[in-house]
Design a binder for this molecule. Structure first.
Ligand SMILES: Nc1ncnc2c1ncn2[C@@H]1O[C@H](COP(=O)(O)OP(=O)(O)OP(=O)(O)O)[C@@H](O)[C@H]1O
Ligand SMILES: [Mg+2]
Length: 257
């Protein structure tokens, strides 16, 4: 079953999308939501879940320990793939401290920026890459990866272990340009690329469709603007899948197709 990278420009709705997908998929199996955003903190609240006790980076000894391992692997004469995990990593045997489960939905955080001047986020990228390469996701299980804004994660190689890039495009010119770029990058990595247009209303929806299709970009599915979802995100309450259930169902059909 797929490991899905949710990409898009800042504020396009990646985290909302990840939360809605998880809520819809929980009826069909087990879902791990992987929070790779080093800055934003609210994904757990969108799902109505407490964050896990530890980040994966904390579990692995902290940023400097991970950085040391990364540097050592770069200096190896005979390069081996950098691994942070034991063999046969599954949703069941992930470190318990790092996943907050609520029924069939688990949230895992890779790592967050915690201190001023703490250095770049490369260690987070290498943990994510290793996790996605090694995590085995079986029938009726999904891994949904919420990313930071933009295309930095494409450069970090986290696509390697993923199956699908789900690109969230909101009605903005920046989203149109970024979707074009992301299609190219996903193509280079040989990954399935699905565009979901988000926050549509009757005025912006047709224009966004035209801008994308005019560039030869196929639109996979659409998520309408919902004042309820926006209100929930303003107050830190869980997003209600019922208000967009039909739209999210269309996205899941596309992911399965
Ligand atoms: N379908 C929707 N209907 C209404 N509002 C939406 C919808 N999708 C997202 N939003 C709103 O857009 C804003 C950004 O959403 P979200 O945090 O999910 O984006 P993001 O892409 O994860 O942002 P970031 O790049 O900061 O991680 C929020 O205020 C959210 O409520
Ligand atoms: Mg986000």
């Amino acid at each position: 079953m797929p490991k899905i990278i949710v990409s898009g420009r800042g504020g396009s709705g990646k985290s909302t999308m990840a939360a809605l997908l998880a809520k819809a998929l929980e009826e069909r199996g087990k879902v791990l939501v992987i929070d790779t955003d080093e800055s934003n903190l609210g994904l757990g609240r969108m799902l109505g879940q407490e964050p896990p006790a530890m980040t994966l980076m904390g579990f692995l000894g902290g940023k400097s320990a991970v950085r040391d391992k990364l540097l050592a692997s770069m200096q190896q004469e005979k390069k081996e793939k950098l691994s942070f995990f034991r063999d046969n990593l599954t949703l069941e045997n992930l470190p318990a401290e790092c996943v907050s489960w609520h029924g069939p939905v688990g949230v895992l955080r890779i790592g967050k920026i915690e201190h001023s001047m703490e250095g770049c986020a490369c260690p987070m990228g290498s943990i994510t890459r290793s996790l996605l390469n090694e995590l085995q996701v079986s029938e009726n299980e999904w891994a949904i990866v919420d990313t930071e804004a933009g295309v930095e994660h494409f450069g970090r190689g986290i696509l390697e272990g993923a199956d699908i890039v789900l690109m969230v495009a909101d009605p903005s010119y920046e989203s149109v340009l970024l979707t074009e770029k992301a299609r190219e990058l996903a193509g280079e990595a040989n990954k399935k690329f699905i565009v979901v247009i988000n926050k549509l209303d009757e005025n912006t929806g047709p224009v966004l469709r035209q801008e994308l299709t005019g560039r030869g970009i196929e639109i996979g599915a659409a998520l309408n603007y919902s004042a309820d979802v926006n209100q929930a995100n303003l107050t830190g309450n869980p997003v209600d899948i019922n208000v967009l259930r039909e739209d999210v169902g269309g996205i899941i059909d596309k992911l399965a197709g």
